[in-house]
Write a protein that binds this ligand. Structure first.
Ligand code: UT7
Length: 329
């Protein structure tokens, strides 16, 4: 019997309408368009406004679009995985909330929390269920409402992040298209540099945690920058080497969108020319688990069947990795 691969058969994204420009950032903190553009490459980001609007709102729109585009009956979906660090609530998982809203009734659903690497981890996990032969249609969502955990008085973090979500459909393929290989890593000592201190079981919400602004993201940018460059370059080079790939026979590098300078350095260290590197950070900022599916969505019309594609990400945890995909359509 031929090997079953998990092929991506559709991709859809959703970003909220509200555009927060660098000019608007200037009214919130001591920053300017020139600094943000030069140091990060970001010009604007999307923000999900409105009372009671969680990450699921964006996931629902992405999944609705995906079902329509792939002409899929919600009843056919076996599994939904949502990668996010900004779930609607600690539980139930956002994947369940999204599935319920779009009429997916025959699936089991769960979230994966791996910060900016969440989509990669979820994609590998979903691929394993397809490869098992037991699951035929799996939806992987990556999305975050970062504006819900960002301190808009901290200029070192607030300029970077935005809100957005994307989703892909995975289906079995026996012709060699789909997820071919992956490398994933975690290093818990990275918790010192990037975290949200309060709101979990160690420091539940109290008036003191709120006054100390501990429900917001803390980041020590420089060590994270260094680790991101080293981590992503290493896994990209290793996954290419063991699959006999190089920048000539890979069509696209799809890097996590955290900082344009990180993307450029990783591209240089892995020998990718800029025209083969997906970049949309200028319009969305860092949407955490949303960046990779939003890149695939933005570039979908340029992808060709058989393209070799390398996805890579690095984020809080630390978590990082790379996936090699052969594009299926
Ligand atoms: O996605 C998850 C993983 N995260 C990442 O990969 C992010 C990695 N880190 C970064 O992208 C960068 O470190 C940042 C964008 C967060 C910061 O850039 P940087 O070049 O490392 O700046 P820095 O923190 O060293 O700060 C340089 C200067 C400082 O001023 P002094 O001390 O030199 O006077 C900062 O206070 O820039 C100042 N600064 C700002 N100035 C204007 C920091 N943030 C801002 C700002 N506007 N928004």
């Amino acid at each position: 019997m031929s090997k079953i691969y998990a092929a991506i058969t559709g991709v859809q994204g959703y970003v909220p309408d509200y555009v927060m420009t660098n000019k608007e950032m200037e009214t919130l903190v001591d920053t300017n368009d020139e600094w943000i553009t030069e140091r990060t490459g970001i010009k604007e980001r999307r923000i999900l406004k409105g009372e009671g609007q969680g990450t699921s709102v964006m996931g629902i729109e992405a999944v609705k679009g995906l079902l329509k585009k792939t002409n899929t009956d919600p009843a056919e979906i076996d599994l939904v995985i949502c990668a996010t660090v900004t779930p609607d609530m600690p539980f139930p998982d956002t994947a369940n909330i999204i599935a319920d809203a779009v009429g997916i009734k025959n699936a089991f659903c769960f979230d994966i929390s791996a910060a900016c690497s969440g989509f990669l981890y979820a994609l590998t996990t979903g691929a394993k269920f397809i490869e098992s032969g037991n699951h035929k249609k799996v939806i992987i969502i990556g999305g975050d409402k970062m504006s819900s955990i960002i301190d808009y008085s901290d200029r070192t973090t607030c300029v970077i992040f935005g809100d957005g979500a994307g989703a892909v459909m995975l289906e079995p393929n026996t012709e060699g298209y789909g997820v071919i290989d992956y490398i994933h890593h975690s290093d818990g000592s990275g918790q010192a540099y990037l975290y949200q201190k309060a709101g979990g079981s160690r420091f539940p919400a109290t008036p003191d945690t709120i006054l100390a602004r501990e429900h917001f993201v803390y980041q020590n940018g420089k060590p994270v920058f260094r680790a991101a460059v080293e981590g992503m370059s290493d896994v990209v080079l290793r996954i290419m080497k063991r699959n006999h790939l190089n920048a000539d026979n890979v069509a696209w590098l799809v890097p996590h969108q955290a900082n344009k300078r990180i993307i450029e350095t990783v591209s240089r260290m892995t020998d990718f020319p800029s025209e083969k590197v997906m970049v949309n950070i200028q319009k969305y900022g860092n949407t955490t688990a949303g960046t990779l599916p939003l890149c695939l969505w933005d570039y979908e019309s340029q992808l060709k069947k058989g393209d070799n594609i390398i996805l890579t990400a690095f984020g809080g945890g630390f978590t990082w990795g790379a996936i090699y995909i052969k594009w299926a359509y």
